[in-house]
Design a protein around this ligand. Sequence first.
Ligand SMILES: NC(=O)c1ccc[n+]([C@@H]2O[C@H](COP(=O)([O-])OP(=O)(O)OC[C@H]3O[C@@H](n4cnc5c(N)ncnc54)[C@H](OP(=O)(O)O)[C@@H]3O)[C@@H](O)[C@H]2O)c1
Length: 275
Amino acid sequence: MSAMIRGRTIVITGASSGIGEATALRLARAGARLCLVARRADELRRVQNLVHALGAEAWIYPTDLSQAGEVEALADALLAEHARIDVLVNNAGRSIRRRVSESFERMHDYERTMALNYFAAVRLTLRLLPGMLERNDGHIVNVSSLSALMPTPRFSAYVASKCALEGFSRTLAAEMAGRDIAVSVINFPLVKTAMTAPTAVYNYLPQMSTDKAAGWIVKAIETRRYRITNRLGEAWNAATALAPDPTVKWTGRLFKIVGERLQRRADRERANGGA
Ligand SMILES: NC(=O)c1ccc[n+]([C@@H]2O[C@H](COP(=O)([O-])OP(=O)(O)OC[C@H]3O[C@@H](n4cnc5c(N)ncnc54)[C@H](OP(=O)(O)O)[C@@H]3O)[C@@H](O)[C@H]2O)c1
């Protein structure tokens, strides 16, 4: 299986922290050549040093992926500096947790999540796919979320951008049928990273480790399966498809009840801590 990784050139966006960093380290142990992308050059250099310490090669590409021109320059550099790109992991992402009713003056929330979570991934795919098609060999791995499989209050901007990425992925996977080019979508549950840290209620919910999450990305690359998720994701996805009305209604109520209970607990603990 590690033949899918050893000596292969793998681009990871969002490699300066969290799931992307952990994925870089796992793939380094398996002998991949890594192209690490994110905005913070110092953090990318730190991850690059960790990769080198594991005996693997890594190059860093500080890039703001929300800027179309920077994504094009990144693609130019990747294609000029590497004979081939075998795998693209579109992992960089941003999340916004806000109700639609609190977003009336915040169209920019929707534009910013789409710019990074959707358009950057599509733009990079459009530039790297031609080489994969020429060689009839390649793999696009798109990082999505469990929230794209279930009705998830408060995350309309984030979920919409991940659902757009899923729609693109599904169509691309269908178009690639019969070729040796794989497309994978990974629907992570909560993972303990900088992204989830600001939300106090998440402290009372199970959160996957970044190393385990990285294991899911490695599994996608090794198995080339279309979807990697857990039972909860599969069940909610099926329920939403089979019985959308009750699923949306009751999931919304469940989130409200559990969310309010956890928020009261977080407020109580903060008050006690402050006393
Ligand atoms: N954590 C979760 O619970 C969870 C659950 C489901 C799915 N996910 C998905 O997992 C992926 C990784 O998230 P994470 O949890 O590991 O969060 P994280 O630790 O905050 O990592 C986000 C990564 O994206 C990069 N990034 C952010 N904005 C960027 C930009 N404009 N240009 C280039 N890179 C940018 C960040 O690097 P710089 O700041 O250096 O640019 C960082 O490396 C995301 O797509 C997220 O939606 C996370």
